[in-house]
Design a binder for this molecule. Structure first.
Ligand SMILES: NC(=O)c1ccc[n+]([C@@H]2O[C@H](COP(=O)([O-])OP(=O)(O)OC[C@H]3O[C@@H](n4cnc5c(N)ncnc54)[C@H](O)[C@@H]3O)[C@@H](O)[C@H]2O)c1
Length: 333
């Protein structure tokens, strides 16, 4: 059975997902693409063989040529599109964040509870990155003792001209929030955002340091710096009682030259997490074929956004903010 996927959003991520689904993901094909930008739409349709173009994403969702939907349109559009998929019980992989607010995420969860089925996957692809998976495996093995502290770095070359200080949390730090929950298997109880001296190379407050106080007083400290200039750079070190686990920089070669040794950073997330995106999509398609949900659930999507919301309050007030989650429904046990 080939899973026929409709891709909503033909920008950077939609184009990348459509390319992967059409080329390297087994048992999937892209049959439909939607974007209000006719030029981008035509370009992505062109790369997908026989896919059809839809100006209206709701029409794409309803179309009989679409078994499952991948949403890669802007954050504010996610909730309505995911709910439209659930309305007709079509599985959906929604890029992070699941929705722009925690309230919208809860509406998605309420709908899945009515259906008594998990149809939603939230696109937190770091859960498929070999480095984070190995970090989790080594922690769970137990030889290193308990996890105490996790240091994270998330740097981009430059933010878009439309970026806001809030987007460092709602758009970038949500990845650290999700992967910390995944690796540590603990919930976040309190969030504090600290604002150091800002770079003169951007108008927004950048960088920001985010502290996540997790259950059992495990602390995650994440530097988010989206105008770091030199490359896309994601790092993590987990400090445990008897040692540390550190992600190794994912480069293929180092070059020794002129009395120095160097390697290159990728320009953005697509190259850094190429394996993770591909594995995420393959797991999604395999899960649809086998009727077993994969990846981050709607609940995980809700929690990441709820923690980010607390972070936004801390950014605004300068004070630590407690995270108060809704009760976890049995569907996500
Ligand atoms: N998982 C990751 O690592 C990762 C990385 C980057 C972006 N993202 C997420 O992916 C999503 C897309 O980001 P992007 O960088 O590709 O943005 P983008 O601006 O490059 O592309 C978004 C596209 O959506 C289109 N669009 C706008 N409204 C639409 C609608 N109602 N229906 C269909 N298409 C619509 C736009 O015309 C544009 O082509 C965002 O939610 C973003 O947060 C995730």
């Amino acid at each position: 059975m080939i899973i026929k996927v409709g891709v909503i959003g033909a920008g950077v991520m939609g184009a990348e997902h459509a390319r992967l689904l059409s080329s390297v993901v087994s048992d999937a094909e892209v049959t439909a693409v939607s974007d209000p930008d006719a030029k981008r739409l035509a370009e992505v349709v062109e790369t997908c063989g026989t896919a059809r173009a839809f100006a209206d994403p709701l029409e794409l969702i309803r179309d009989k040529s679409v078994d499952a939907v991948l949403i890669a349109s802007p954050d504010q559009t996610h909730a309505a599109l995911v709910l439209a998929c659930l309305e007709i019980e079509k599985p959906v992989l929604c890029e992070k964040p699941l929705a722009a607010t925690a309230e919208e995420c809860l509406r998605v969860i309420a709908r899945e509870e009515v259906l008594k089925r998990r149809l939603v996957t939230a696109g937190y692809m770091r859960r498929f990155d070999p480095g984070y998976l190995e970090m989790k495996r080594r922690l769970d093995e137990g030889d290193l003792g308990a996890a105490l502290v996790m240091h994270c770095i998330h740097r981009n070359v430059a933010s878009s001209p439309f970026a806001t200080a809030a987007m460092l949390i709602s758009g970038s730090a949500v990845h650290e929030i999700d992967i910390a929950r995944f690796v540590l298997a603990r919930e976040v109880q309190r969030v504090t955002v600290v604002t150091p001296r800002k770079t003169s190379l951007a108008a927004i407050q950048d960088p920001q340091i985010i502290f996540l106080e997790m259950e059992d007083r495990v602390v995650v400290e994440a530097e988010i710096f989206v105008n770091a200039q030199y490359g896309y750079d994601v790092r993590a070190e987990l400090v445990c009682e008897k040692g540390t686990i550190t992600l190794t920089p994912p480069h293929d070669v180092t070059v020794a030259q002129a009395a120095g040794e160097s390697f290159s950073f990728p320009g953005d997330w697509r190259a850094r997490f190429a394996h993770a995106y591909r594995a995420e999509l393959q797991a999604w398609v395999d899960g649809l074929r086998g009727n077993a949900p994969s990846g981050a659930s709607a609940w995980d999507g809700y929690v990441a956004t709820a923690v980010a919301d607390a972070g936004l309050k801390s950014l605004a007030t300068g004070q630590p903010q407690a995270v108060n989650l809704a009760p976890r429904p049995g569907l996500y046990a």
